[in-house]
Structure formats: C-alpha cells, structure tokens
Design a protein around this ligand. Structure first.
Ligand code: ADP
Length: 956
C-alpha cells in the first residue's frame, strides 16, 4: 500500500528535491561566468553581496550566486568542485533543516556553501564538530575556500585563551566543538564586563554529525562546577540519624530502587533534625529546608538501597561503584547530589567534597539559542521525529552522488558469546587471507580492547570475556578433554591467533584519523567503536594525503628536507601503490564492516554500516549477534528464549532468521524510546530552569552594558524599604499593633540607619505611608552622602560590581536549591501529584525568593559600605571544572580540568595576574599598597588619591 502511494504521490523528500532542481540549474548556469572572474574579482563578490544585503536584498535571493561563487572558490582553492547533490545539501542546510548525506559524500565541503551565504550579514557562523581534531582540520582545509572569497575563518579548541577565543569568534566563520561552544556561553555569563565575553551572539549554527551532538550527547547537560567547602561533619551528623529510625518509618520500593519516609518517619526525622539543630525555621517540607531533607533522603537511600559488595565496594578510603551489568568497578565514577558522600559517611570512608553547579545548560537549550540552526549527518531519518519535535528541524535525504553498491548481510545469531567470537575470528582470518580490509565495530571501548586482546593473546580471553576460557596451557588441555561444548571452537581459535590489527578507542583523535584513513588497505583489520575516527573517510587502498604526511614526518626525522622534485616523485610512488592496493581491495569485495554486536539504536548501526560503500565503491556489512549480548539479555529475554526453542537452535550453530531481526529491532526500539524519554525529561526540567537562566543572563548583560545601574539600585532600595515597612506595619492595622521595635532593628541592620521610628509611631494620626516615605527619604539621603563621599564615579562602579556579584552568588545558590529540589521532587508523585508541575511551581517560588534576597542583599551591602578599602571579594568556589559526561562512555568529554581555561571568573577585586591593571578601572587594580603611586596615573600616592576616599577609618 505504502509503496503504491509513494509511486502515485511521491515522497516528501522527492518533492523537496524536485523543488530544488531549478535552483541547482541556476547555479550551474552561473558557472561559466564565475569561472571567467579573476581571483580579485571573485573575492570582490563578497563585498558586492554584502552591499546588496545592505540595500535590502534577501539572503535567499543571493543563494544561487553565492553558491556559484563558493563552487568556483573551492575548485580554485582546494581542487574540489561541489557536485550537484552537494549543492542540494547546501540548499537544505540554508533552509534550517537537516541534510542526511551518506558517509563520503563530502559534507565538509557542503558546509562551505550555506556557511558562506549565512556569513554575509556579518553576524558570525558557527560550524559545530564532534571533536577538536575535526574542528581544526576542517577549519584549515575549508578556511582556504573562505579565504579565496575574502572571508576569515577561526577555530576554537580546548586550551585556548579567552583572547584567542574572542578573535576566533570575531571571524566570519568559526569552527568549534559543541562542548567548547556551550562552555563559552556559560562562562560568558559569569563574566563581569562585556569586553571579557568571547562570543558575539548566536546567529547561524551548522552542526556536523548532528545526530551525535543533538541526540547522543544531549542526554547529559553541560555543567561548570566548583568544589564547595568541606561538609564532612554535616554528612556524618545526618548519617548518624538514619540508624535511629525504626522499621515502620520508611517504605522500600525494590524495583524503583527508592525508599520513602512514611508519615511517621517524617515526624521522627523532623524531631531528630531539630534535636541536632539541623532544621532551620519551618517544618520539614518548607522551601528553606529543601536541602536538608534532600540529604536525609540520600542518607536513607545510602543505608536502605545501596549494598556493599553489590552496588559498591570499599577500597581503602574510597567507595567505588560496581557496574550492574558487567560487575566491574567503575573507577572515578561518582553518584551525584550528595549520594556518594552519604555512602561514604555510612561506610566511614573519606568524604570527598561535593561539586557545586555554577552554571549548566543542555545542548537542546544551547542550540535553541541560535536564530538559525541546521545540521548534517549520514544517519538522521530514524530520529526525524525527535529532531522535529525538539529542534523544529526537518530531515531531508539527499541522494548519493553515485548509486550505493554496498551489500548488507542479514544478522548471524549465535547462542553463546563464545560461539559468536569464534565465528568472528574465523571470518577475520578469512578476510585477512583474501586481502579484504575489515572495519570491526564494537559497542564500547572496553569491548574493543577485549576483542583486541582476544586477537593478540589467547591467555587473557578467560578474564576479559566472562570466564569462559582457560588461562594456561594445562588448563586448556584439561578443558579440551572435558569435552564441554564451550570448548568446541577453542582449538580452531588457538591456531588462528594472533591476528594483526589496530584498535581505536576515541581517545587520540588525530592519531586515530591516521589509522582509520588506512583502514581500507588490503588485509587491514581495524577495531573501533562508532565514535572512534569519526569524520575521517576510509578510502580503499589507503589515503594519499595521510601517506604523504607520514612520509614527510619520516624524512624530517631523518633530518632530510625533500625538495619539490623529491616530493613529486614520492607522490607518484604513493599514488601507484594506492592504486594497486585499491585493485586488490576491490577484488576482495571492498571494505567489510563487521559489527560484533547491535548498538542501542538502529541509527548507530547505520552509522557503522555507512562507513563502507562510499562514492559507489563495493562493500559489505554484517552484524554478529549472540543471545548473551547485553542488548538482548536486558531487553528481550523471554521473547528470545521462545524463538530459540521454536527454532531448536543448538550450541555452536548460527541462524539468520527474520524473527531474530524482529526481536532485535524491538529491543532497539525499546532502548531508543527509553533514551528519548531520558532526553525529553532532562529537557522538561531544564526548560523550567531555562526561562530563569535566560532572564538572569539577559538582565546581567543589560546591567553590564548600561553606563550605570543607579536606577536599578534605587528601585531595589525603595522596594526593600517598602517590604520592611509592610512587614512590620501592615496596612490597615492599628498603630498599637505595629511592630515598631522590630522595624527599627531591621532598619539598623539593613540600612545602617538609626531612625526614631518609635517617636514617629506616637505622632497623632500617622499612617504607614508616611512612615515609608520618611524611611525612604532617610535611606536616599544616607546613600547620597555615601556616594558623595566616595565620589559618584566610584559609587557607580561599585554599584554595578556589587549587583553583578550578588546576582551570581544568588543564582548559584538557586541552582543548588533547584538541583536538590529536583532530585526530591520524584517523591511527590507518591502523593498523586505530577512531579513536573510541582517542580515548576516550586522553582518559580524559589526564583521569587532569590530575587527578594538579592534585593535585600544588594541594598544592605551598599548601605553599609565604608570606603576604607576595596569591596570584599565574594566567596568563589575553588577548583572549577567543566564536565560533559558522554552518555556512551561515561567519561568526561571535556578533557583534563586543568588543561583549559574552563573558568576565568575574575571578581572585581581579584586581579588576574595575566591581565594588566587598567588605570581607568579601579576594579582591576586589586590591593594597592597605601604608600604606592596611585594606579590611576595621577602621580599622587594611592592613599592621597583613589585610596583616600571616605577617609574615616583608613589611616589605622
Ligand atoms: P563525509 O563527511 O560526508 O563522510 P568528507 O567530507 O569526509 O565526507 O569527504 C569525503 C571525501 O570526499 C574527502 O576525501 C573529500 O576530499 C572528497 N570530496 C568531497 N567533495 C568532493 C568533490 N566535490 N569532488 C571530489 N572529491 C570530493
């Protein structure tokens, strides 16, 4: 039915492609004109296009000419003339959509087309790549095309300074990884002046490998965090409370791995907390106490859910988690939100400091900042719904330049892992003998390494692949004699190994690009996860550029500097060698992609398959499956067992059967759905925070750019006065019920004012408005005096820096509260309430509260300021780190925390040594010796110049 409908109505993609045809024709028609241009004239096109935009031309009207210019420039600069299908890809990318283009179709080049066009308005274009190596490689390679058109190209990579980043962002086109972009955004919003910021807006982003970035990596947010103060005692105190709770004070839900206090438990814990002075005002579920209750719950979980030697082990002073599927220790992984500390407290281990979130954002929300977003990848169709619903991106499949000649074999399914791996090894040996290059795909770095061990060292097989094989020769003999079915493939395998091979583990991108580029050489066996060597295309016979690079490096090592002739000669040699090898590889069937396991999603399987069969080359792909694979074991056990029984599969036998494929797909769909739910959930909660974050960040930028914030400060002062007066003298309440005493005390505390409120209250017929007026006036007067004392200029600067600092401090605390609340909110659903709604309501209440305390804090600080020395620096968290946990590896994808300028937060009073003091900005001076020359350049001593203000207490 469906295919019939397609025949009659055509597919959506078909219609889109047809609509593009006239545009492509137009670009083709312009080709001769652009070819005739001199280099200068071609470059001049950029200025011409920009002028036309100024005069009101629309970007899309310029598309055909701009694309024709890029095509010509690419041909001249790097010798690549974009094919028609590449132009189509470019059109889709300009149209805020996702272009699905197969591997090897030249997406790197395609990107130049829409990027050039969208860089014309001068607002900056960001090209997003999955790793630094690709960002650098692509920016250098494609930078030549942009330079040919008079445009600048920059690259952001880990470890660059703010100044370098600023320069790179100022370019027409900027290449960077998603992590660097997201972190620069977060860090920018922790800066204290506009000049310190590195990004200059979010106009157009083109995301390469868009599925990896917007789907796979979007399961975890980007977080900038700092260590908080030592809270060992706090954890110990809470921990000590838990054993005092009786059995009927909590309920355990084994399946959900959760534990809840009963009504009785709540009362009990409330009493205990009060006894220990831990409960602030109010009761257990008041907003103020969110954090305490959170920690109680974590401690409860640590005691009642987490079991030693099952969930974790204690090694020395450390609590190490155990992976529930593999049973392995997870070194360095820590549970978040204080749970790890709670377990440490329970076990009497050393309590490691917590990390406090300073700023965080999800990729979903970061990329939604861009006015225009587009993406490209080889595999997007299976996730089209998600792209549409979250990012409003349509997926358009672009046809390949040449027809695909790859053969995708059916999966081969085995009962045991041993059988499967034995068959894989057989297959690999056969390939190596026939000269067919193989790319072996695994689902994790660990599995790649296990397989590599299996191929290189027979004796480690037992330890790494589930205790299946004997570890020494004697045991092997004994094993063979026992005749256990497991031992069947053993004999064959031992004869075959070791096999020569390469392993990639996605750690050293550059090196791995070199290896992957050679994965098409006859007989090569390359083991990799789907992430390793990404973005590097595998050419049959080898990669000439890479071979040249290697040769040059070898020559340099020998101290030889080859001349032009030698280089040309070597090029010919390499070209001939590659051509010969390509013939062998072609004859052997092209690149063979062997999957050792199905991935969690069909899309990743497709990514792997897609690495062979580029540009019409022959190729083959096949997955090996065993019923003991994680995917099947966890997600489809009953079903499989049934199928196996029905088919009567025996040990050592393999089957290929549509039922199996169906079961597999069902499992994959289940995982895909679960992962989508996780991402949606992350996003739903982040959305709540996102509105607040946007509001705070926007306000911050407004404050930073404003010449001064005196009006804001004044409003805050007035509002604070009003709140104080209303609190103690509620409207329409008789004067004898007024809390004048309280008001006087608070006025002293907050405003530093000694006002005769008691006397005022005794005046005949005085109303609350009158009192408020007097308070406000007195506050304004006192503040004006202070300002006059310090000098209005300095006062304006102080106001601004106090305000920004207070925003940051309060925002950080707010984030912490939100985190705590979020991890607790799940408990509310117990009471039949929707957790997300609860979270929204409470997050809003917390936000309001934060704004209130911000107002009071700023007012108080400014009213109490005395000009004896520079304002005190706010408490700044130590050891600031950036994290983005890669959901697939569980590792921090941000590299070593100390390797880059992840946080350059500089408070106005802490001078960064790397930046010189600015004579016009006292906030950059830091501490100045009183007898030193004043940094403003007046020639006077500091104490007689800027240091002299408010001279009252300064000479002590
Ligand atoms: P993808 O990212 O789509 O897998 P790449 O951008 O890595 O592909 O490009 C694959 C290869 O195709 C590169 O070696 C590139 O030089 C080559 N290529 C791309 N476009 C063209 C073109 N128009 N003409 C010739 N070669 C091209």
């Amino acid at each position: 039915m469906l295919s019939l409908a397609r025949k009659i109505f055509g597919t959506e993609t078909g219609r889109k492609l047809r609509r593009m045809k006239p545009i492509v024709d137009k670009i083709n028609a312009l080709e001769a004109d652009f070819k005739a241009l001199s280099d200068e004239a071609l470059k001049g096109k950029t200025a011409e296009f920009r002028a036309r935009l100024e005069q009101g031309a629309k970007l899309n009207d310029l598309l055909p000419e701009a694309f024709a210019a890029v095509r010509e420039a690419a041909d001249r600069a790097i010798g690549l003339r974009p094919y028609d299908v590449q132009l189509m890809g470019g059109i889709v990318l300009n149209d805020s959509s996702i272009a699905e283009m197969k591997t090897g179709e030249g997406k790197t080049l395609v990107a130049t087309l829409p990027c050039y066009l969208n860089a014309l308005p001068g607002t900056g274009v960001h090209v997003v790549t999955v790793n630094d190596y690709l960002a650098t490689r692509d920016s250098e390679w494609m930078g030549k095309v942009f330079a040919q058109l008079g445009m600048t190209t920059g690259v952001i990579s880990h470890g660059k300074s703010d100044q370098e980043r600023r320069e790179a962002y100022a370019c027409d086109i900027t290449y960077a990884t998603n992590n660097e972009l997201g972190f620069d955004y977060l860090r920018d919003n922790m800066k204290y002046s506009i000049e310190e910021m590195v990004q200059r807006g979010h106009a157009y982003a083109l995301v390469d490998e868009v599925d990896s970035i917007l789907i796979d990596e979007a399961r975890t947010p980007l977080i900038i965090s700092g260590r908080t103060e030592d809270r060992t005692e706090f954890y110990k105190t809470i921990d000590a409370l838990i054993p005092q709770l009786g059995d009927d004070t909590y309920e355990i839900d084994e399946k959900a791995r959760s534990v809840l206090l009963t009504e009785e438990g709540n009362e009990e814990i409330e009493r205990l907390l009060r006894e220990n002075d831990l409960l602030k005002e109010g009761d257990l579920y008041d907003i103020e106490n969110v954090s305490i209750v959170h920690h109680v719950n974590q401690a409860l979980k640590a005691h009642k859910i987490f079991q030693i030697d099952k969930d974790y082990i204690v090694k020395g002073e450390e609590v190490l988690l155990i992976d529930e599927f593999t049973g392995r220790m997870m070194q360095g992984r820590r549970l978040s939100d204080g749970l790890h500390q709670a377990i440490e407290a329970k076990e009497g281990a050393k309590i490691q400091p917590e990390n406090q979130t300073l700023a965080s954002v999800t990729f979903q929300n970061y990329f939604r900042l861009y006015k225009k977003l587009a993406g490209m990848t080889g595999t997007a169709a299976t996730e089209a719904d998600e792209f549409h619903s979250i990012y409003e991106l349509e997926v358009v499949e672009i046809p390949t330049n040449r027809p695909i000649a790859r053969i995708d074999n059916e999966d081969e399914v085995f009962r045991t892992l041993v059988d499967k791996y034995a068959a894989i090894v057989d297959d690999l040996v056969d390939c190596q003998e026939r000269g067919q290059p193989v790319l072996v795909g695994t689902v994790s770095i660990e599995k790649s390494e296990q397989l590599s061990k299996l191929l290189s060292d027979k004796k480690t097989f037992r330890d790494t692949l589930g205790h299946l094989y004997p570890k020494d020769d004697a045991e092997i003999e004994a094993f063979k004699k026992s005749g256990r079915p497991d031992a069947r493939p053993l004999k064959d395998m031992l004869k075959l190994i070791p096999l020569e091979h390469n392993v990639l583990n996605a750690r050293y991108h550059e090196q791995e690009a070199l290896i992957v580029a050679q994965a098409g050489v006859p007989g090569a066996i390359t083991i990799a996860t789907n992430m390793a060597g990404r973005g590097t295309d595998i050419q049959l016979g080898g990669n000439a550029d890479m071979r040249m690079m290697q040769w040059k490096a070898e020559q340099a090592e020998k101290g030889v500097e080859p001349d032009e002739a030698a280089i040309a000669a070597q090029k010919t040699v390499i070209a001939a060698d590659i051509a010969a090898k390509r013939e062998i590889a072609l004859a052997a069937g092209g690149l063979y992609v062997l999957g050792t396991e199905r991935h969690e999603s069909r899309r990743i399987d497709n990514q792997l398959r897609g690495r062979t069969g580029r540009q019409g080359d022959p190729g083959r792909s096949k997955f090996y499956i065993s019923v003991q694979d994680d995917l099947l074991r966890i997600f489809a056990p009953e079903r499989l067992d049934g199928i196996m029984k029905t088919l009567g599969l025996k040990e050592g036998e393999a089957i290929t059967h549509p039922w199996m494929s169906k079961a597999l797909e069902t499992s994959q769909r289940k995982v895909e759905q679960r992962n989508f739910d996780i991402r949606k959930n992350v996003l739903k909660y982040d959305d709540v925070m996102n509105d607040q974050r946007k509001a705070v960040f926007e306000q911050r930028i407004d404050f930073m750019t404003a010449p001064d914030v005196a009006d804001v400060i004044k409003d805050m002062r007035h509002q604070t006065a009003e709140d104080l007066v209303t609190e103690h003298i509620p409207p329409k309440v008789y004067a004898d019920q007024w809390d004048v005493e309280g008001l006087a005390t608070e006025l002293r505390e907050v405003f530093g004012l000694d006002l005769p409120v008691q006397d005022w209250a005794k005046e005949e017929g005085i109303a609350d408005e009158e009192i408020l007026e007097r308070v406000t006036e007195a506050a304004d007067r006192a503040f004006a005096e202070k300002a006059a004392n310090g000098g209005p200029d300095l006062m304006r600067r102080i106001e601004k820096s106090f305000l920004l600092q207070a925003i940051d401090q309060n925002w950080r605390e707010h984030l912490q509260n939100l985190d705590a609340m979020r991890s607790m909110i799940g408990l509310r659903s117990y009471a039949q309430r929707d957790p997300l709604n609860e979270f929204k309501t409470e997050a809003f209440a917390l936000f309001e509260k934060m704004m209130d305390s911000l107002r009071v804090e700023v007012t108080k600080q400014l009213m109490l300021i005395r000009f004896e020395r520079a304002p005190a620096a706010p408490e700044v968290p130590q050891d600031i780190t950036a994290t983005h946990i890669d959901p697939r590896t569980g590792r921090n994808a941000m590299g070593a925390p100390d390797a880059g300028p992840v946080a350059s937060r500089v408070s106005p009073t802490q001078r960064r040594t790397s930046e010189p003091a600015d004579p016009t900005k006292p906030e950059t001076w830091g501490r100045v010796a009183r007898n030193a020359a004043c940094p403003c350049g007046s020639g006077k001593k500091y104490k007689q110049c800027h240091g002299a203000i408010g001279s009252r207490d300064t000479e002590t």
